[in-house]
Write a protein that binds this ligand. Structure first.
Ligand code: ASP
Length: 403
């Protein structure tokens, strides 16, 4: 029997979940467990996935002899562009407020209250008192991220015999975690069935929900288009002195591949080839920036993390204070850095941002159904930003390019 394509599975389960939620609200309790199981499986992945993804990412930077200047430029580009992306998402979500207009009665499920810590407290708590306790608590993921970055950095500072062993270990662990994540992602249709049917059965105004979901999708896509079509081309033009249209043409194949596979990692070989052969960037720069970028630099994911969390807060009728929005910005950045370049990794990371501002994790159920589609757009933006970065860095290093 021919296998049904993943996006069809998602669509079928979505339609089924909506029908079930509308016509059999009393029976929803028999399938809601699927949503709970799925959420638990996602949460199970977080710590080991982030730990291995970050440590292997950071140790691979250290492999380059040019860590100093090139490393600094690369990291600056990654962080600056990700922050631009997040701010675009934040601005658009506050402007269009796709989750606010709808009178959705979700407020009753909000947790006892938002985290009341001041920004200073939150930042202080990023430093774990006991890293092993942090490993056992998803809410302390920021501490795990900090520790992983430091640990990865210092792996490169020890003698080769030791560092090689650890590098191999964390690279292998990362490979396994990516396989495991992809395996769990295959169960998304069941997760959708449980979570969406539950949400629909609690919902009196379904049209309003669908409208705000549609609006949310459009706003995220608009944000991604602004970032990819205005912000990054401006950087290409102003900093790299490169023709953005020519570069876009050079990158056609990897961009289409990123869109259709929703995986920066799977697209990496094509991104490297196109950036070298069509744009003319040296292998020295592509081999350093692109593999790292595929895991660390995710502008599309960063924008999405922020937008999705703001949307969820709007739907639950929670006003985020300025300090909390700042926490969303910082955690969205870290979540995008920690996300692996595989399909729907961004969704796994949403839970961290939700936890950071005390929003209910069930909020994931709201955005789950449209995640696969948004994933395609954000992955294309991730890959586009990686390659724009390689070109800009090559130009500032004095390379002569073909774009
Ligand atoms: N799918 C994205 C990527 O591979 C990550 C994400 O889910 O945001 O770049």
């Amino acid at each position: 029997m021919k296998k049904i394509a993943f996006h069809w599975q998602i669509l079928i389960s979505l339609v089924f979940a909506v029908i079930f939620g509308i016509y059999f609200p009393a029976q929803v309790k028999y399938i809601s467990w699927m949503g709970d199981v799925f959420l638990r499986l996602l949460k199970m992945l977080i710590i080991p996935l982030v730990l291995s993804s970050l440590i292997s990412g950071v140790t691979n930077i250290g492999g380059s002899r040019n860590l100093g200047r090139l490393g600094l430029k690369t990291m600056t580009y990654y962080i600056v562009t990700s922050i631009f992306a997040i701010l675009t998402g934040l601005l658009l979500m506050n402007l269009f407020k796709p989750g606010v207009e709808a009178e959705l009665n979700f407020t009753q499920t909000v947790d006892s209250g938002l985290a009341k810590d001041s920004l200073g407290d939150i930042l202080l708590k990023v430093i774990p008192e006991n890293i092993f306790l942090a490993f056992t608590d998803n809410a302390q993921l920021l501490s795990v991220i900090l520790f992983s970055l430091l640990f990865g950095f210092f792996i490169n500072q020890v003698e080769n015999t030791h560092s090689q062993r650890l590098k191999d270990f964390f690279n292998s662990m990362f490979e396994v975690m990516m396989k495991l994540t992809l395996f769990i992602i295959r169960f998304t249709p069941f997760g959708i069935l449980g979570l969406v049917a539950t949400k629909v059965s609690q919902q009196s105004d379904l049209i309003a929900l669908i409208q705000s979901m549609g609006m949310y999708m459009l706003v995220v896509i608009l944000g991604l288009l602004i970032h990819a079509g205005i912000t990054l081309p401006l950087l290409l033009k102003l900093v790299g002195k490169v023709n953005p249209l020519k570069h876009l043409k050079a990158l056609q194949v990897p961009l289409i591949t990123a869109f259709s596979t929703a995986s920066s990692n799977a697209t990496l070989p094509l991104t490297m080839e196109a950036t070298e052969k069509n744009a003319g960037v040296s292998n020295k720069i592509t081999s350093f920036t692109l593999p790292l970028g595929a895991t660390v630099n995710m502008d599309g994911t960063a924008l999405y993390e922020c937008a999705a969390v703001i949307f969820i807060s709007q739907v639950y009728g929670v006003e985020l204070t300025f300090a909390q929005q700042l926490v969303v910005v910082i955690t969205a950045l870290l979540a995008s850095i920690g996300a692996a370049g595989i399909p729907m990794a961004g969704l796994v990371m949403i839970t961290i941002v939700l936890t950071a501002v005390g929003l209910p994790l069930e909020g994931v159920g709201l955005i789950l159904a449209v995640d696969p589609l948004l994933d395609m757009f954000r992955t294309a933006v991730n890959v586009w930003s990686d390659s724009c970065g390689a070109v800009i860095i090559a130009k500032t290093e004095g390379e002569v390019l073909m774009v």
